[in-house]
Ligand binder design. Sequence first.
Ligand SMILES: [Zn+2]
Length: 301
Amino acid sequence: MVIWVASFVLGVLIGSCGTPPSTLSEAPPLGEQLETLAVPSPAVVEQFEKPPLDASAQAIQAAAAQSAAAQSATAQSAAAQTPRVQATVAQAPRVNPPLAQNASPLAQGLPTPPYELLWADTSNYGERYSYDINGTPVYNQPIIVLHETVYSADSAINLFRTHHTDESQQASYHTLIRLNGTVVYVVPPEKRAFGAGNSVFMGANGAETVKTHKSYPPSVNNFAYHISLETPYDGQDEGETHSGYTEAQYRSLAWLVAQSSVPDDRITTHRAVDRSQSRIDPRSFDQTKFFTLLHQLRGVR
Ligand SMILES: [Zn+2]
């Protein structure tokens, strides 16, 4: 039996990258694939802070206009999907604007989930680097790594917002999704969240991992965007499974990922990239449901 739960709260990422030496060069942002996941500026937020039903109506009108103009099957699909998502945000305190400059038109036209900005303490994340600790340039394209919180979202957020001088205690995700579907932004996408220490991504390009700290194993953190789903109440243990995630969580996750152009084959899980043999999250995750929703938002057929 694994011991990952026991170590989670005090160190989601014991063995994470921590703070790298200052001699490493800071990397430029990973490019458009992740820039589109940036949260809006305050001015933009204010612009879009309208009653959810107003936002939904606008989206419906936009989709309808697009459909009338183009008579395309894609636009018709957007109009058909909008009311379904509208129901999911009816109780939203506020809505997030479409974040992407290059997300699919379908994703841009849809109402967005409620969100919160609860930034992590700066001790719990770092810069993305263009060179590894040996001075070798790194060119990894972004990946998205999915997690679960095991305990409540608030317990994880409190951990990330706490200043940690001990590097072994430094941990973070970029974004969490509460049980009610609220998206919580924790670390800016251009920063390196400490989400998966001792990890490697096995993809079409072979093994990808970057060592940025002399004392810790290489990891995917330098090119990863970490998203964590709040675990249901019956999952706060070491069990192999639990009752799964809410419909609102799946919809918000698909919406969030659709704001990026990270391809399917670079969307992975902590379990898949972990090399410590101690991480099995996210448990009870329905990949078919997630990718079906994502493809709807991206207009993939
Ligand atoms: Zn994890």
